[in-house]
Design a protein around this ligand. Structure first.
Ligand code: ASP
Length: 452
């Protein structure tokens, strides 16, 4: 039996029209038996996601201010969908009751916030399963608790526990189509906990891994993963196949089509992932697989992200001082700061940190501690950096890739502040000023993908 797990993102369930497309996609392929849904997302650029509306409702409730307006606008969005799909009004009543029950429940604030956030996906799954039934499809809403999703007790950042997978595997015996809300699971104690934001992708991947599915389809609103961010380069080329490692590097630096945490379960079970478009399901999409045939174009994509800063430390004879790197990173650990990369030289070390993880107060403490405790010659913090990742399996074995990149960056008249090649098998990283990012990316795109 071929098993496909099919996940629909927020834009795919944002309105009745979108849910009708979802219905057609499911009907089209009887192997699509496990459906994961997000909460209704944005219908247009100005729109607000249901999850954000629920967070606003939770904030209002928890800070004891009136929340009826928030609740009303959430119900209004669901009402439009339910009415347009001509579903029974009881669904709407059920959704409202579920929201009010969660608000009234006596649980700690963090748990309550998580339970409120999860209502978007939960209601979405109820609506989609009812709609499929209306299409005469044997579909059932399946709660993540009954599906076997057991997670750690970390509200807003839950991690799947290994005992979930055999439980999920038993779902293969189920009849008909199961519609499972994404984004949350339950702790061993039965407490609801959500994954990080965008986490319905994670649910889909976990279900696919547990079922040992043949394919995990992830429906979004783009035809494929592109070689470069389409907001920087117009109509960039599409990627047809890429490996998990390549996807990991791309999604790290700005490719938001697929949640980076979602790759892990699929990767461990080697389940191929296909990114597809709900608005154009005939397009082949992008396949993410364990291995692919080597091709002469070793670069698959160019990712980039701004919002980085670099902590630069220099000390004469650093290379001879045993434990220097550890002590430096220990200071960051003490201050609760994670780091992204740490390129080093004989007397210098840079530590790249996401700016949003480093408030200015922390920066002052860290600089002072490094100066005092490590007796360094120089310690500075450089903000407003952007990172570019040139990604591709085989890149490290190919002659001339780095030269092509540096030439392209030079042609764009951009100064490279940092290069890191070799610490990753599949990427080459360049640090530049964030103000120069678009220019550098456009030039790199032409160098690697432009038609010559
Ligand atoms: N609705 C959740 C969010 O907006 C999860 C998801 O859509 O994947 O973060």
């Amino acid at each position: 039996m071929t098993v496909k797990v099919t996940k629909f993102g927020g834009s795919s369930v944002a309105s009745a029209t979108q849910i009708e497309k979802v219905g057609r996609i499911i009907k089209h392929d009887p192997q699509r038996k496990f459906i994961i849904v997000s909460a209704p997302g944005k219908r247009n650029k100005q729109d607000v996601k249901i999850t954000d509306m629920l967070i606003a409702l939770g904030d209002a409730y928890l800070s004891n201010v009136t929340y009826e307006d928030n609740l009303e606008s959430i119900l209004q969005r669901f009402k439009e969908i339910v009415l347009e799909l001509q579903l029974p009004n009881t669904i709407l009543m059920d959704i409202e009751q579920s929201i009010r029950d969660v608000l009234a429940k006596e649980i700690p604030a963090v748990q309550k916030m998580d339970a409120i956030k999860a209502l978007g996906e939960d209601s979405s799954a109820k609506i989609v399963s009812a709609y499929l039934q209306q299409l005469d499809i044997n579909a059932t809403y399946l709660n993540p608790q009954d599906a076997g999703l057991i997670v750690s007790d970390e509200p807003g950042n839950a991690q799947i526990l290994p005992e979930s997978f055999p439980k999920i595997h038993n779902l293969r015996a189920k009849d008909g189509i199961q519609v499972i809300p994404g984004f949350f699971g339950f702790t061993k104690e039965g407490q609801l906990a959500t994954f990080s934001r965008g986490g319905s992708d994670i649910t889909g991947s976990i279900i696919a891994a547990g079922l040992k599915a043949d394919l995990y389809e992830n429906f979004t609103d783009v035809d494929s993963v592109y070689t470069v961010n389409p907001t920087i380069v117009d109509h960039p080329k599409e990627i047809t196949t890429l490996t998990y490692k390549e996807m990991r590097e791309l999604s790290y630096a700005g490719f938001s089509v697929f949640h980076d945490e979602a790759l892990i379960p699929a990767f461990r079970e080697e389940i191929p992932v296909c990114i597809k478009n709900t608005n154009n399901p005939e397009a082949p999409g992008t396949m993410i697989v364990a291995d692919k045939e080597p091709d002469e174009k070793c670069v698959v994509g160019i990712a980039s992200d701004s919002g980085f800063c670099s902590l630069y430390v220099s000390k004469y004879l650093m290379n001879r001082e045993i434990g220097f790197g550890r002590k430096l990173l220990q200071i960051l650990e003490d201050e609760g700061i994670s780091f992204e990369h740490a390129p080093s030289g004989i007397d210098d070390m840079s530590v790249i940190i996401r700016e949003k993880k480093l408030p200015f107060e922390k920066e002052a403490i860290i600089l002072r501690r490094i100066k005092e405790e490590l007796a360094v010659d120089t310690v500075t913090m450089h903000r407003n950096l952007a990172m570019i990742m040139v990604v591709g399996e085989g890149l490290v074995r190919t002659i001339g890739v780095a030269q092509k990149a540096t030439t392209a960056i030079r042609d764009a008249d951009v100064n490279i502040e940092m290069i890191n090649q070799g610490s990753s098998e599949v990427s080459m990283m360049f640090g530049i000023s964030a103000d120069d990012l678009d220019r550098a990316i456009q030039s790199l795109y032409t160098a690697y993908f432009g038609d010559k």
